[in-house]
Write a new protein. Sequence first.
Length: 66
Amino acid sequence: MQNNIAEFRKNAGLSQQELADAINVSRKTISTVETARFTPSVIIALKIAQHFDTSVESLFLLDETD
């Protein structure tokens, strides 16, 4: 699953740590989600979307293999 989280985060001027603190997860969680090594839970995906005032669909994109 691809995502646009790094783009949203950078456009907001946030570091991975700042985003992690804002949604109460670890920086490593943000890093692994951004690099698509970890698919977040629905709760984490919703928290990220809510933080950026956008939809989950704007942040995450299904690959053809998903």
